[in-house]
Design a protein around this ligand. Structure first.
Ligand SMILES: [Zn+2]
Length: 463
């Protein structure tokens, strides 16, 4: 049996692993690379294998860096089933068409601005179309958590709750005489809305993510103190707006949860919130259709919010482009949550264009910012950034509230690994920037004495 690390090796995007047992070939995830021109080029070269040779795909969760190349796979002739959870399918139905739409827009923009096409004709052709997204969605078969399925006579799988976003899964696979565990993205235990990641007790091969393998998040109570302080300082002292770049799926709902919870605790009041992302309403509605996946605290908050007479925040889901543009006229007091989370696409770029130059405003990051993205440049302290070809001075204050991350931190990852009763025969540290993955693998070797490696991009390993 062989595994090829087609993506998320030494980086955090493009998750895709190809397993070939000799009898069957399948993928775990089929994600898009994100973050600048290198990512664009990698996406255009994807896949390095023949899509028609793949028997099936297992999908850990709906985030585009895990699912975003499924339409391309379908467009290039893949015709097998894609297994994922029901909640993930509900999210994919919104996210894959949206991804096709974003690409069509970018291709259009590049075609109209050849003088700004520094990347030598990249993005003039979209990676796939809306029809390709629909073809991929038609291949999806849903699976329940904790139920074993058999996608092939020689392969058994089981999906378990990863606590990362709605429907996210850790996947156990029995194939070629071995048990392989794909961690997918692991949530931080005790986070808002979702349950903690399911512990796993045994495996021969483990692929573990390492996004925050070198860091500890602040605890939730300090995080909330910081969050409240930034909001109150910006609204009442600086008289500006709070701009929050956030993934539409997962992060946006968590932020709304926290803002409602902080209102319930009377730590915040009279909030005026605009959620400006065409997908956000759909993603929030999907979340509300899956209350069975909520943790008990969230069920409780939900019940409170439905009681009569509660002073709830004023939450507005902005749909049309006109309404979105109208937000530019709001000078102060607004919390604007918009996508994309790493600021490399979507309406957030307009909000940054208008608010970054205003010292009274605050930009609040709550998620990981990959190398090469606009979000990363801001977090790293850029004084000047380029948005839609225009240079914008950064005068607003930039905050990173790390404790809200959808990913487990170093302690969370180690805790998840600690449930394995025996050291796996081989552990691969994936889905982390190179230095982070190497550091985290060193820690696993030292603390747990496991056989651990950091695969490089496109490396094939015999298992
Ligand atoms: Zn994810």
């Amino acid at each position: 049996m062989k595994i090829t690390f087609c993506g998320a090796a030494g980086e955090v995007t493009g998750s895709c692993y190809l397993i070939d047992t000799g009898e069957v070939r399948f993928l775990a995830d089929c994600g898009m690379f994100q973050g600048g021109r290198d990512a664009d080029l990698k996406n255009q070269k994807f896949p390095a294998f023949d899509p028609k040779s793949i028997d099936f795909v297992l999908l850990t969760h709906a985030h585009i860096d895990h699912s975003g190349m499924l339409p391309r796979l379908a467009a290039l002739g893949f015709n097998g089933p894609i297994y994922t959870t029901k909640a993930s399918l509900d999210l994919l139905k919104v996210m894959l068409p949206d991804s096709a739409h974003i690409q069509a827009k970018e291709a259009e923009w590049t075609a109209q601005h050849p003088e700004r096409n520094h990347n030598h004709n990249h993005k003039t052709l979209p990676l796939y179309t809306l029809e390709d997204a629909e073809s991929a969605l038609a291949l999806v078969e849903t699976v329940a958590y904790e139920v074993k399925i058999q996608p092939h006579a020689s392969v058994t799988c089981r999906f378990l709750d990863a606590g990362h976003i709605l429907g996210s899964a850790i996947i156990e696979v029995w194939a070629g005489g071995k048990k392989i565990v794909f961690s997918g993205d692991l949530g931080q235990p005790g986070r808002p809305i979702l349950r903690s990641p399911a512990p796993i007790k045994s495996a021969d091969i483990v692929l573990v993510e390492s996004t925050y393998g070198n860091r500890l998040h602040k605890n939730l109570s300090n995080t909330l103190d910081e969050f409240v302080q930034v909001i109150e300082d910006t609204r009442h002292r600086k008289h500006g707006n709070i701009i929050m770049p956030a993934f539409t799926v997962g992060r946006t709902q968590e932020i709304l949860y926290l803002l409602i919870d902080l209102t319930r605790q009377k730590r915040l009041s009279n909030l005026k919130i605009y959620v400006d992302s065409p997908m956000a309403l759909a993603a929030t509605e999907i979340t509300m259709h899956h209350t069975e996946l909520f943790n008990p605290e969230t069920q409780e908050l939900f019940a409170w919010a439905q009681e009569k007479g509660q002073q709830l925040p004023d939450i507005n889901f902005v749909q049309s482009v006109e309404e979105s543009i109208a937000l530019n006229d709001i000078r102060h007091g607004a919390i604007i949550i918009s996508a994309s989370g790493m600021c490399d696409a979507g309406r957030i770029k307009y909000h940054l264009k208008y608010n970054l130059k205003r010292p009274e405003c605050s930009i609040v990051f709550t998620g990981f910012q990959a190398q090469g993205t606009l979000g990363r440049r801001l977090v790293d302290g850029a004084d000047l950034v380029r948005i839609f070809g225009e240079e914008i001075p950064v005068r607003a204050s930039i905050h990173t509230i790390g404790g809200l991350s959808a990913h487990a931190d170093q302690a969370g990852l180690l805790d998840w690994l600690s449930h394995f009763k025996q050291p796996p025969q081989q552990t691969f540290v994936v889905h982390g920037e190179s230095a982070t993955a190497i550091q985290f693998s060193g820690l696993i070797r030292k603390q747990m004495n496991w056989n651990v490696a950091v695969p490089s991009a496109n490396e094939t390993v015999k298992l």
